[in-house]
Design a protein around this ligand. Sequence first.
Ligand code: HEC
Length: 204
Amino acid sequence: MKKVWMFGVLAVLATTPVLNSSAADEEKSFVPAVVEASTGAIRVPEGYRLWPTLGTWAHAKTDKALETEGAGVHEYHVVHTQPETIAYYQKTGQFPDGAVLVKELLHAKTMAMTTGPAVGHATTTKGWFVLVRDMKGRYKESKLWGKGWGWSFFNADDSEHAASKNFQVECVPCHIPARQLAPANIVDEDKWIYAFGYPVLQKK
Ligand code: HEC
């Protein structure tokens, strides 16, 4: 008897929110290709390389590598986002709810080419950093969400499970300089982004 009763309660709990709440339906569709709706777990979106590039950061060789190998690039950080995010930002000067920023870290090789003596090109993936804009304060329990974004890092061998555990410790300190470099009049949460490296976001 007890089992049957329990089943009944569970069935009601399981179906009620979905049937009655349009908010739940809306949350279900919050960037479904990137965020697991119930837990907020983020994964690297498939096909992100087909999204437009926001910008590329080139890391030059320094110290020992520069001494032994000569001038060149040792890593590229290529940042992609959805085309709609760029269009929205160009129009409004801010990132929309559900904006996904994927920063792919790529190893690089430098060689002499017909265009110059030290030309770098990207080779293999080293890992990914992913940010998801959240205007509603979702996933308050998660240590990977807060300050208006979902934050996650992934090693190259697993694009589905974040290797980072706590954005306050692993992400925020390094993004504080972005706030100082951001224009004073933009939306506070957008100041976490190094947007000066993305000319395409500038208003047309
Ligand atoms: C060592 C410092 C450092 C750490 C740690 C760090 N970031 Fe960043 N992040 C940067 C810098 C600097 C840039 C832009 C320049 C670059 O990539 O070289 C950047 C850029 C990004 C971008 C591209 C959008 C933007 O802000 O320009 C994403 C996405 C990103 N970081 C996500 C994360 C996440 C998520 C974490 C934590 C898991 C994290 N970062 C931890 C320093 C850091």
